[in-house]
Design a protein around this ligand. Structure first.
Ligand code: ACM
Length: 528
């Protein structure tokens, strides 16, 4: 009986080998891949093992995942195995891995937990894609960039724990490793801070479309749960506490630290020179640091001029500028940034700021710059020349609130929009600027601002498939990137999104995925 089963398996392997070959479609595309004209058919009672604590955990996770697969139906006594091997002495780079599929064995190897985790993610994609019929191959893989990020703005609209976890799962499968969480802005404050309860009882009320919407925020327990969930998937969570501008929600709740605002941007800024402001910020940072183990805290620093008009007329602020030789309100803004960067540094963390902070005179050892103003390439160049480390998230093509297709009407356009292809091809168009500074460029990020994204359907539609393109642009070596090949493979990932009930934009059949309704008629065709 066993002999007949084995013969069956052998014949099946050969029949399938011909169809499986040359059809490996892994996301993101790996650095090296060699394949043979043979296949490995996975069976339900295959031996899965690790060589130590973390490797054992991944082995058990895979066992668990396989239990849910209906297509593993050839039941034979198994000698073959899947082995996870973590060897810290081996010479793999951080995050690098090897996945070797032979006829008798699958071996996953790395010198770091991150690498072994990614080896499993790659194997899992192959198992799902070919229903357990795997091409015999050897993948040796490592990333182009160390920072492969996704930013979600939950101040303008709040999506909640389950949606965030779903995105963390998808990020892990795409080997994205940073979740930048924009939790504070003018619309709402979204994180419980025990020392300042009004931040949530008052600051969390409202969203972009309805200033009276019930308070929505994450409790500290929720935050710990999500940070742990992300860490399990090799994702670092970076909170953003935006200041001195975009601080409306805080200053609404605690007017004593408000530096005023203007018109629609009421209470937009922190008071830039009261000691009470810096004490408040320091206390909030203490709680954030306790919740987020990442070495970085994002302090914003963008667009202060939107609402700092009262700085120009407040006699105390004007006196402070004079007494401290700060010259003008911009000098004061830079003073504020330097103070906050120093507070962050004194707590053992590194600040990240939007690209305005390049002009604040902060030491490059204390801050990382997020370049967002695509129309100010000189700001990127200045950051690099001054010696800052830089993360690239230029509005064009990496802001997800820009439309992605010519006939779409809801979202931003600015001398064009952000197609899947423009995301994929980045940063080839600015490589000339980065020449000689490559070591300072940490990576890239897709950033999703949610003023015009009021529900999950629109969030999914604006995120996918562009996030898949960003993931490959950030992971895959430039010499291995090829948009045509990406587009050929893409339907496989879209099928997984279908299985998860995610409403993505289908670039191959645009009319099959119409643009979800605008949350508000005001949202149609906003430019800028
Ligand atoms: C930004 O888009 N204001 C960073």
């Amino acid at each position: 009986m066993n002999y007949i089963k084995r013969l069956e398996l052998f014949i099946l392997q050969w029949c399938i080998a011909l169809t499986v070959l040359a059809q490996i479609t892994v996301f993101p595309w790996p650095a090296h891949l060699t394949e043979k004209k043979e296949i490995f058919i996975l069976t339900p009672n295959i031996n899965i093992k690790g060589n130590g604590e973390y490797a054992d955990k991944l082995a058990q996770d895979l066992c668990q995942d396989l239990k849910n697969l209906s297509f593993l139906n050839i039941k034979i006594p198994e000698k073959r195995s899947i082995e996870f091997r973590l060897n810290t002495q081996s010479d793999f780079e951080k995050e690098a891995y090897s996945l070797k599929i032979d006829t008798e064995k699958i071996l996953l190897e790395a010198s770091s937990k991150e690498g072994l985790f990614y080896a499993k993610e790659t194997l899992w994609q192959m198992i799902k894609q070919r229903k357990g019929k795997l091409a015999v191959c050897h993948i040796k893989d490592y990333p182009q960039y160390q920072w492969r990020g996704f930013m979600l703005d939950e101040s303008r609209h709040f999506f909640g724990k389950e949606k965030v976890k779903q995105y963390l799962d998808l990020m892990a499968s795409l080997k994205l490793n940073v979740f930048h969480w924009h939790l504070t802005d003018e619309t709402g404050w979204r994180i419980e801070i025990k020392r300042y309860p009004k931040l949530t009882t008052e600051g969390s009320i409202g969203n972009w479309h309805n200033p009276q919407a019930p308070a929505k925020y994450y409790t500290q327990k929720d935050i710990r749960e999500i940070v742990a969930y992300a860490a399990d998937r090799n994702i670092m969570v970076i909170p953003e506490f935006d200041m001195p501008g975009h601080a409306t929600a805080v200053c609404r709740a605690y007017p004593e630290v408000s530096g005023g605002g203007e018109g629609r941007w009421k209470h937009f800024t922190f008071h830039p020179c009261k000691e009470e402001t810096f004490r408040f910020i320091s206390n909030v940072l203490d709680e954030l640091i306790d919740l987020f183990p990442s070495p970085y805290i994002h302090i914003g620093g963008d667009e202060v001029h939107f609402g700092n008009q009262s700085w120009f007329t407040d006699p105390n602020i004007q006196r402070f500028i004079k007494e401290n030789n700060l010259i003008n309100e911009t000098g004061l803004e830079h003073y504020f940034i330097r103070r906050v960067v120093d507070i962050v540094a004194s707590k053992g963390k590194t600040a990240i700021g939007w690209d305005e902070i390049v002009d604040a005179g902060v030491s490059p050892s204390k801050v990382i710059v997020m370049w967002w103003r695509h129309d100010r390439k000189y700001q990127l160049l200045k950051a690099l020349e001054y010696g800052y480390r830089v993360i690239m998230t230029p509005r064009r093509p990496f802001y997800g609130d820009f439309i992605q297709y010519a006939s779409h009407k809801i979202g931003r356009q600015w001398s064009g929009y952000n197609t899947l292809e423009t995301v994929y091809d980045y940063p080839s168009s600015i490589n000339y600027l980065m020449r000689g500074y490559e070591k300072q460029v940490m990576g890239m990020q897709f950033s999703m601002w949610t003023e015009r994204i009021a529900n999950e359907k629109r969030l999914d539609f604006m995120t996918f498939p562009r996030l898949i393109a960003l993931a490959e642009a950030a992971w895959t070596l430039e010499t291995r990137k090829e948009c045509t090949s990406f587009l050929q493979r893409l339907p496989i990932f879209l099928q997984w999104l279908d299985e998860k009930g995610i409403y993505y934009f289908n670039p191959f059949q645009p009319s099959s995925t119409p643009e979800p309704d605008a949350p508000d008629k005001e949202d149609v065709l906003k430019n800028g």
